[in-house]
Design a protein around this ligand. Structure first.
Ligand SMILES: [Zn+2]
Ligand SMILES: [Zn+2]
Length: 267
């Protein structure tokens, strides 16, 4: 389902009144309050929890960091506890001798990562990947039978471009994609936003809650600090932030989380 604006797509949660539930993202637990002016979110408080999933870390080699030094980067996914079922965004790092030699990953395989997050493979009902590089879809082969939400252009890149990702991760038995062409509300209150840059089909996820919108931005930016620089640059009219940033900020996000940074962005 492709939708235009998020505004006006509000739906009443079954049972009516929203609850003022706490945002939990990793260790950054906090009792959330309705922000001034956030009344428009009040009827949207359906997602009860957003949990971080720790897939381990890898070493980005100096040739890719732009700093001349290796850098250790976490690999993080997110669980969206939606009334329609658990949505898992990103599934960990795939394995191959070449990527293992280049990135030296210290993996937490999907079953163990989910266990540490308090859930189980069988509980996952929906899957999405911010993009299809090997470090974001490594566990997809274990998730046959669930719809995997991806941008059509991203899937085309993964299938057609040489060395784009690990081919074994893309079309394993039983994995079926729901291909999206741009924005789409994949579940009530969960909006997919195209955020191209790192890859042409990169997508982020705006999750509406009673206390505001949380954005899972994947690898739209490598770090929360890099996002912060672009967001402020957009406001100040300096730099060259990505074209989609205005759309994302128009959702008035209260928190943005990333795939390769434990830090979060908050306004
Ligand atoms: Zn990537
Ligand atoms: Zn990545």
């Amino acid at each position: 389902m492709t939708v235009g604006a998020l505004a006006g797509r509000a739906r009443l949660a079954p049972g009516g009144e929203p609850s003022d539930v706490g945002v939990t993202v990793g260790a950054l637990a906090g009792r959330a309050r309705l922000a001034p002016g956030a009344g428009r979110f009040r009827i949207l408080g359906q997602v009860t929890d957003i949990r971080r999933v720790d897939f381990g870390y890898f070493i980005r080699p100096a040739a890719e960091t732009g700093t001349g030094a290796d850098r250790a980067e976490p690999c993080l996914g997110y669980l969206i506890d939606h009334p329609d079922g658990l949505l898992l965004i990103d599934t960990g790092m795939g394995a191959h001798p070449d990527v293992d030699a280049r990135y030296r990953p210290q993996r937490v395989p999907l079953p163990g990562a989910l266990r540490a997050a308090g859930t189980h493979l069988d509980d996952i009902r929906y899957v999405a990947n911010c993009h299809l590089h090997f470090d974001h879809c490594g566990g997809n082969p274990l998730l046959a039978g669930r719809p995997v939400f991806t941008q059509r252009s991203e899937l085309a890149s993964a299938r057609d471009e040489i060395d784009y990702t690990l081919p074994a991760l893309i079309d394993p038995p039983g994995v079926t994609y729901t291909e999206l062409d741009g924005e789409a509300e994949i579940l009530p209150g969960v909006l997919v936003l195209p955020t191209p840059g790192h890859t042409r089909g990169h997508q982020s996820f705006a999750v509406r809650r009673s206390d505001g919108t949380v954005v899972v931005a994947g690898q739209s930016h490598d770090t929360a600090t890099a996002f912060s620089a672009d967001a402020l640059g957009h406001r100040a009219g300096v730099g060259s932030p990505p074209a989609w940033l205005e759309r994302l900020l128009a959702l008035d996000p209260r928190r943005i989380v990333f795939a390769h940074d434990n830090a979060v962005w908050e306004p």
